[in-house]
Design a protein around this ligand. Structure first.
Ligand SMILES: NC(=O)c1ccc[n+]([C@@H]2O[C@H](COP(=O)([O-])OP(=O)(O)OC[C@H]3O[C@@H](n4cnc5c(N)ncnc54)[C@H](O)[C@@H]3O)[C@@H](O)[C@H]2O)c1
Length: 404
């Protein structure tokens, strides 16, 4: 029997998931609170940059397997893929903001029937699935034994989402064996990776631990890069040589850490126990410090060149997104760096090949920046910046974008 799936939240995770499910034969209703996103999708188009996604969505909409709307409806399976940002509070640890998830849950709860399955894909702090169960018990008229919920965190890589949705292993944390088995049977219809069942708390913590692991390792590389600058050693040569050791694998440093996941999720772990999560908190601080360090470094170079040329200069900044070859600006260190330079009244020319425009600045073509800028800072190693002919003495490469 063809199943109907209601995907709530049509962003970087929900939209590719909805498109993939439609391509596998499910009837999919995508729900979003943003009317512009709904109308874009219903025209068979997309509002984000993601490899091969536009074709998948266009076909799904034309085949009438996917429709986007503003309200949930009756379905067999509900998937929640709304944002889980953090909130800055008086505490030094930013706190997880579950309000989007809880609002989405309240919107689907009245439609839940016996034997339906509710899947939470949004990244959540430990204990959220249990909280969601309590919230549903209050709204729906179902007995607890008839409610099926599974926490199945999404761990795909932006830029390769359609592939990873089908091929990654998945962790499934049901509130009961029935819920887990239900979710396993659903994912097995479009996911060829291993489907690993555990309890909901472990599943919640697995996702947070994976991203914290990445954050800690990147912090080590970023700390080394700043130290290398102090002692005048090329960090990339250092890392390449050190990584010849069979048990060493130092990552490549960059401008900091951004995105909706790695820059956010470690705080969810730290917020569980402030006293015993020192490494996790320190990694966050180091990765945030790195972008301030980059700003200082750029300003120093700008002032030195202005002094030498005896006139104000312009700096070309290459890249705004939080990682290469995507348009996502969430928590992007490159965006923060550019905004700091603009605030300091430094004439800043920005190139972001994955965006058409930005509300706070003009965007330039790379050729114009090469012509006009006195100094260039490579902030994100987009493929368009590889092998550019840039002036070696006046280029600051913070991400090893292989310029010749
Ligand atoms: N982007 C990633 O690479 C990635 C990877 C793994 C996991 N995640 C997690 O997946 C979740 C979703 O992330 P995303 O990147 O897709 O976010 P997103 O911001 O791109 O998309 C979320 C969408 O949800 C919509 N929305 C918000 N509240 C809603 C509601 N009540 N009802 C319906 N729609 C609503 C928003 O309008 C938006 O379009 C987050 O928890 C994130 O941490 C993201």
């Amino acid at each position: 029997m063809i199943k109907k799936v209601c995907v709530v939240g049509l962003g970087y995770i929900g939209l590719p998931t909805a498109g993939l499910l439609a391509s596998k034969g499910f009837d999919v209703v995508g729900v979003d609170i943003n009317e512009k996103i709904i109308s874009t999708i219903n025209k068979g188009s997309i509002h984000i940059i993601e490899k091969d996604l536009e074709e998948v969505i266009c076909k799904a909409v034309n085949d009438k397997k996917l429709v986007a709307q503003s309200q949930p409806c009756e379905a067999d399976i509900y998937m929640i893929a709304v944002p889980t940002p953090f909130r800055k509070t008086e505490s030094k640890i930013p706190q997880p903001d579950l309000s989007f998830v809880l609002k989405a849950i309240r919107s689907v709860a009245p439609y839940l029937k016996k034997n339906n399955l509710l899947i939470i894909e949004s990244t959540c702090p430990i204990g959220s699935t249990q909280k969601i169960l309590e919230s549903i018990k209050k709204i729906s008229k179902l007995d607890e034994s008839d409610i099926n919920i599974a926490y199945c965190p999404e761990r795909v890589l932006p830029g390769n989402i359609l592939y990873e949705l089908q091929n990654n292993d998945r962790v499934i944390g049901g509130i009961s064996t029935k819920s887990s088995n239900h979710a396993k049977s659903f994912y097995s219809q479009f996911c060829s990776g291993e489907l690993i069942i555990t309890d909901s708390k472990t599943a919640e913590m697995v996702k947070l631990s994976e991203n914290s692991f990445r954050d800690v390792n990147i912090a080590f590389a970023n700390e080394l890069s700043m130290l290398c600058d102090t002692v005048d050693v090329d960090v990339h040569e250092l890392v390449a040589i050190a990584n010849r050791h069979p048990r060493v694998n130092i990552l490549v440093p960059g401008c900091g850490v951004g995105g909706h996941c790695i820059a956010v999720d470690p705080w969810f772990l730290a917020s569980q126990d402030e006293d015993i999560t020192k490494i996790i908190q320190t990694a966050r601080i180091v990765n945030n410090t790195k972008k301030d360090w980059v700003v200082k470094k750029i300003k120093k170079n700008v002032f030195e060149l202005e002094k030498k040329l005896n006139r104000p200069i312009s700096i070309g900044c290459l890249g705004l997104s939080y990682k290469p070859n995507i348009d996502d600006l969430r928590e992007s260190p490159a965006l923060d760096i550019v905004m700091d330079l603009i605030k300091a009244n430094i004439k800043t020319l920005v190139c972001e090949p994955n965006l058409k425009s930005h509300p706070n600045m003009d965007l330039y073509k790379i050729e114009d920046i090469i012509l006009k800028a006195d100094l260039i800072a490579i902030l994100v190693p987009h493929k368009e910046f590889y092998n550019l002919k840039l002036p070696k003495n006046n280029t600051l490469d913070f991400c090893k974008a292989l310029c010749s």
